[in-house]
Design a protein around this ligand. Structure first.
Ligand code: CO
Length: 221
């Protein structure tokens, strides 16, 4: 049986490195976590949540799934969100997509990959909702990028519409939902400017974020 010994070697080296900087680090962390952020990202191995934003263990609560989907009946994602908001009292929920997402591309191509086709229906719904946008884009790579971006904005909206976030806002809890996208080619995050801290920001802010996104490409970083 292969035991993946190199991974245990890596682990010991990593723990030693952290202890060198702060001998009490793991002891302190074992007592409690108080992250300020919940990250909802893609499972893609090239988008490691903590590393991208330079946060240590204990600083980021994380949920990842294929194509960073927030589905209203997904007990897994909703449980993470509920615990993060109600128990940990995170101040920020970050939905982070990424360019070149394989799940998004498969959805765009309507590929048949198996069980996951059903999950990717959520992405196809985003595509259908914004169908007119895609008619004007000739290249598949560009369509894929656009769907990655629109998916983030739509999933931010889904987070905002959960009973969890709605109730938190009703009791005036300090909670902001953000939509970001990560570039595999340069390692940079981009803010899609769809951040919401209360219910009445959503409808105008959603339209503004879409309008900004759909401006000509020169405006992009
Ligand atoms: Co992905």
């Amino acid at each position: 049986m292969k035991k993946l010994i190199h991974l245990f070697d890596n682990n010991r080296a990593w723990a030693a490195q952290i202890r060198e900087r702060d001998p009490e680090f793991f002891l302190k962390l074992s007592r409690q976590q108080s992250p300020e952020y919940l990250w909802i990202g893609c499972s893609d191995s090239r988008v490691p949540a903590n590393e991208i934003v330079g946060l240590l263990p204990g600083e980021l609560f994380v949920h990842r799934n294929v194509a960073n989907v927030v589905a209203h009946a997904d007990l897994n994602c909703l449980s993470v969100l509920q615990f993060a908001v109600d128990a940990l009292k995170v101040k920020h929920v970050i939905v982070c997509g990424h360019y070149g997402c394989g799940g998004i591309r498969a959805a765009l191509r309507k590929e048949r990959l198996g069980l996951i086709d059903n999950w990717l229906r959520y992405i196809q719904d985003v595509h259908s909702k914004h169908e007119q946008v895609f008619r004007a884009i000739a290249e598949e790579d560009d369509r894929c990028d656009r769907l990655c971006e629109l998916n983030v904005i739509e999933q931010v909206l889904n987070v905002c519409q959960t009973s969890i976030v709605q109730d938190a806002w009703l009791r005036e809890q300090n909670l902001t939902i953000h939509g970001w996208i990560y570039g595999l080619r340069n390692g940079h995050l981009r803010d899609l400017h769809c951040s919401f801290s209360q219910q009445d920001e959503i409808s105008g802010g959603y339209q503004e974020a879409l309008a900004e996104l759909l401006q000509p490409k020169e405006n992009l970083e």
